[in-house]
Design a protein around this ligand. Structure first.
Ligand code: A2P
Length: 346
């Protein structure tokens, strides 16, 4: 059951997007348009650098405003697509102004008062009576969309994941750095990285989040492990993750090994995924055609394939698979708008 809001009506909300000029912000605008979200109006907010910039919503120009203390007057629903510090500072102001917040940053994801929601997986946890709903980490969303239906059917014992993450997760400047550094590489020109520490063109490097000296896991890996457990409602699930950046613009890929409670034939896993909401199976062994970022890009579904027995586990309980999902859509903007849509119908 969904909890009734203690805020203004969300039937035809006035919507604000914080971080409208960023990579996720632009996709939020597009998702609201394409899904015909019944917004009574849209306010676009970003840093002072972008104030006055013209963007469009449903064919009409909307001027970007500098985010400030008074930005949320009259706003019913605030979609945050900026960094965690901005969310921590401004989400309370949005709440105080009577808006419900859906935040895409990591600021509130582990706050027990803020549900962490993937609608296909844990819609029952969606309550916005406390004002903030957290949109999970992009990799955790993509992983959980595919793994949750398997968990429900077969019972999950353990997850082992390696990621191949796109530039978009680090924002629009990182996507630009990938393009610019690739161009420079091809032209034989030197390129000084601005966003990442390492050369991005034709390279692969460990995720840019800081590494915890005690555990050896970087911030992204820690988020994926903790959030996956929370979304799946499995506080003690053993999850191991290695997160890596690859020179791809906007769709993440994941190699996943799932160990179930009992031996499960890969064909049963495939059938389960074929029936799962938000998943599209691409698993053509003859054509060697499996999930790829270029095919996940622009798609709302998580692509799943390469479903096979994990021969590293002689018990037969483990199945390996490969996933790909659009980091900016299901991994961020689309998931946030789907959460908002659930609020409208409640
Ligand atoms: P701006 O474009 O004015 O810098 P991305 O993740 O693609 O880098 O996007 C981040 C988004 O968050 C951008 O829209 C950016 O605005 C916005 N942003 C970053 N810092 C702030 C801030 N301090 N106040 C408001 N918006 C911010």
């Amino acid at each position: 059951m969904l909890t009734q809001p203690s805020y203004r009506s969300l039937r035809n909300p006035t919507v604000a997007i914080v971080g409208a000029t960023g990579a996720v912000g632009a996709e939020l605008i597009r998702c609201l348009e394409e899904r015909d979200f019944p917004a009574a109006g849209l306010r676009l907010l970003a840093s002072a650098r972008s104030a006055g910039r013209a963007m469009t919503f449903r064919g009409a120009p909307v001027e970007v405003q500098a985010l400030g203390e008074d930005s949320f007057a009259g706003v019913d629903l605030a979609l945050f697509a900026a960094d965690a510090d901005t969310a921590r500072t401004y989400a309370p102001l949005a709440r105080a102004a009577g808006a419900v917040v859906i935040d895409n940053s990591s600021a509130f994801r582990m706050d027990p008062d803020c549900p962490l929601v993937v609608p296909e997986v844990n819609l029952e946890s969606l309550t916005w009576s406390r004002g903030v709903v957290a949109n999970p980490n992009c990799t955790a969303i993509i992983l959980c969309v595919a793994v949750a239906p398997l968990q429900r059917r077969f019972g999950l014992r353990r997850l082992q994941v390696a990621t191949y993450q796109a530039a978009s997760g680090a924002g629009a400047p990182a996507m630009q750095e990938l393009l610019d550094s690739t161009r420079a590489f091809l032209d034989g020109r030197p390129f000084e990285p601005q966003v990442f520490r390492h050369p991005y063109a034709f390279n692969v490097f460990s995720h840019n989040d800081a590494v915890d000296p005690l555990t050896g896991y970087n911030g992204e890996e820690s988020k994926v492990m903790a959030e996956t457990r929370r979304i799946l409602g499995a506080a003690n699930l053993p999850v191991g993750v290695t997160c890596v950046r690859v020179p791809v613009l906007r769709a993440h890929a994941l190699a996943v090994t799932a160990e179930f409670d009992a031996p499960v034939p890969p064909s049963a896993v495939r059938e389960c995924l074929e029936e799962a909401a938000g998943v599209r199976v691409i698993d053509d062994r003859e054509a060697n055609h499996f999930p790829m970022p270029v095919e996940a890009q622009g798609q709302g579904d998580v692509l799943a394939g390469r479903i096979r027995r994990d021969l590293g586990d002689p018990s037969g309980r483990s199945v390996a698979m490969f996933l790909a999902g659009d980091q900016l859509l299901k991994g961020a903007a689309l998931n946030a708008v789907q959460i908002a849509e659930q609020m409208l119908v409640a």
